[in-house]
Design a protein around this ligand. Sequence first.
Ligand code: ARG
Length: 462
Amino acid sequence: GDVRLWGGRFADGPAEALAKLSASVHFDWRLAPYDLAGSRAHARALHKAGLLTTDELQRMTAGLDRLERDVADGSFTGTVADEDVHTALERGLLERLGPDLGGKLRAGRSRNDQVATLFRMYLRDHARLIGGLVADLEEALIGLAEAHPGTAMPGRTHLQHAQPVLFAHHVLAHVQALGRDAERLRQWDERTAVSPYGSGALAGSSLGLDPKAVAADLGFEHGSAANSIDGTASRDFVAEFAFITAMIGIDVSRIAEEIILWATKEFSFITLHDAFSTGSSIMPQKKNPDIAELARGKSGRLIGNLTGLLATLKALPLAYNRDLQEDKEPVFDSCDTLEVLLPAFTGMIATLTVNRERMEELAPAGFSLATDIAEWLVKQGVPFRVAHEVAGECVKVCEAAGIELDELTDEQFAAISPHLEPEVRSVLNVPGALASRDGRGGTAPARVAEQLAELKADLAVQ
Ligand code: ARG
């Protein structure tokens, strides 16, 4: 029979081409458990308003429970003819309870407030899930930093050797970024804890329902929508979720890019575990960092989901418009993408091995201790402008002679500047350079250990 929710004023059923275009059940079916939870809460609201008897509420709830089991075991599914998940589940309820009781549930609600509510519930659950996966990655990175407390590496700006840093310091920089992403998810969750149920199609309901009670019932800690038009029309919560997931993808892609570089012959900083690398179908020697490459690639897809969604929302008049049906697939895809990507990426990080000798050999290369000469001179009372010139001159002499800074003789130092006494050599070594950067946030081992402890404590309380 005709399962449409809106057949009354129409003489004809929908054209097949319309039905095909209109259908969303193939992607919104994943909202079914939330739709059923919403229906149970709505039934209680109808009962409280005197629109369902206690007996009717009990039978309605039992019918919804039965339908939920049938959905869970796959014996009931939506079809194209159902249009969307809400319509499909209404059909399921009608089939189980008959039209007299089954037909009472729709009073006082619209698919517009329903879908806005369910979508929030779904995304809140996945925000927590993704937050947990981000925390797992943070933990793996912290483990990597902890396993290499004293290892130095070349710190870079513009991808050029800049100053030596601790490997752990570098790794923890990524943890800081991921920690902010996880915090964004928690703050988003706070903001999204408001239920649109009770907003109806846009104007609210005349049936004396209690939206606040429904909100509490569905786990929305901050009550119900203050404005029913906003409740049904706003999707900034979706856009913000898409931004946060894109940002996670971008932050992971920055780690990924480094992993890819570090695993090259030229860098030889790390080796990936066999279980988290792939081979080539033609070149037998190949070991490829595919997880990192997929992470880099998928960040593009996450950005696309955000920009596509923003384009859908731009200039949409209030309140609900069918355009809004386009809001779900992008962020469902963002959830699916991160939920598959993050565990693989975390496994790759947790199992890679570090080539300490190689990193430390390169740490002072490229005259990366030149700043230490300049800062040593400043401590001798030389103005930084002059000190910078003098240190630059040292680099010039070394470059011409094909030697490193610590290979300059006393005479060469003295010829460059009378301020360059032989004691300058005390800062021309990596451990000294690292230890000297001991202000908060600096690369000195004690500071990095402090940062590591703070990050571990933060992660433990979440
Ligand atoms: N499937 C729609 C969506 O995802 C919800 C239904 C609202 N449809 C409507 N004609 N008012 O946005």
